[in-house]
Design a protein around this ligand. Structure first.
Ligand SMILES: C[S@@+](CC[C@H](N)C(=O)[O-])C[C@H]1O[C@@H](n2cnc3c(N)ncnc32)[C@H](O)[C@@H]1O
Length: 181
């Protein structure tokens, strides 16, 4: 069941990768601005889970972060590879439920509009927490039509995050949340 949902999602992004930026760049940029307003981390190594075509990776590198981008759609990553400042961004093609990365290496994590694609978002959230250092922040957004503020709050607290804040933003299709590991 969850395997076939993932296959459908992967197929969708593989086949629409060529038009993704044209269709979604503008709306995603608004989300990045909202997320970055709440980001006060030192500019260090962070992970962008479900990075897609690398739009946010690029913005993060421009702000001085070193970034690892994760996505399971090879076609989305192909676009990312063309777009991002490659010497600063390391791209990994994998399922976010199973990150092939050592624990405790990142100083922060971002994930923009990924969670609604996941059959069991807790698996990826647990992985995000595992690969981040204690004290680092997780910032994410999810389509509001798939999760409400209360649901997201529960997910973040089940992942063991502290100092959680979840909020909507007028005119944005996503809700936003962050918390400390
Ligand atoms: C709505 S797009 C968002 C992309 C990017 N975060 C942005 O801001 O443009 C969702 C992305 O999540 C990826 N994705 C969905 N399920 C995934 C999974 N289980 N593991 C890794 N990536 C996944 C898709 O391939 C797609 O690139």
């Amino acid at each position: 069941m969850s395997f076939s949902k993932k296959r459908r999602v992967k197929f969708f992004y593989d086949s629409s990768a060529g038009v993704y930026n044209k269709r979604y760049q503008e709306i995603q940029m608004i989300k990045y601005t909202i997320l970055l307003r709440k980001t006060h981390e030192i500019r260090s190594l962070v992970v962008d889970v479900g990075c897609g075509t690398g739009l946010f990776c690029e913005l993060l590198t421009m702000r001085g972060f070193r970034v690892v981008g994760i996505d399971f759609s090879i076609e989305m990553l192909r676009r990312a590879k063309k777009a991002v400042t490659l010497q600063k961004v390391f791209l990994v093609c994998c399922d976010s439920d199973f990150l092939p990365l050592r624990g405790n290496i990142f100083c922060g994590a971002f994930s923009v509009t990924l969670l609604q694609n996941l059959p069991n978002p807790m698996l990826s959230l647990n992985e995000i927490v595992r690969v981040c250092k204690k004290g680092s922040m997780v910032h994410l957004s999810v389509l509001s039509k798939s999760l409400n503020v209360k649901d997201l709050e529960i997910l973040l607290s089940q992942a063991g995050l502290r100092d959680i804040e979840v909020f909507g933003s007028l005119g944005s299709e996503d809700i936003y949340g962050h918390g400390k590991i």
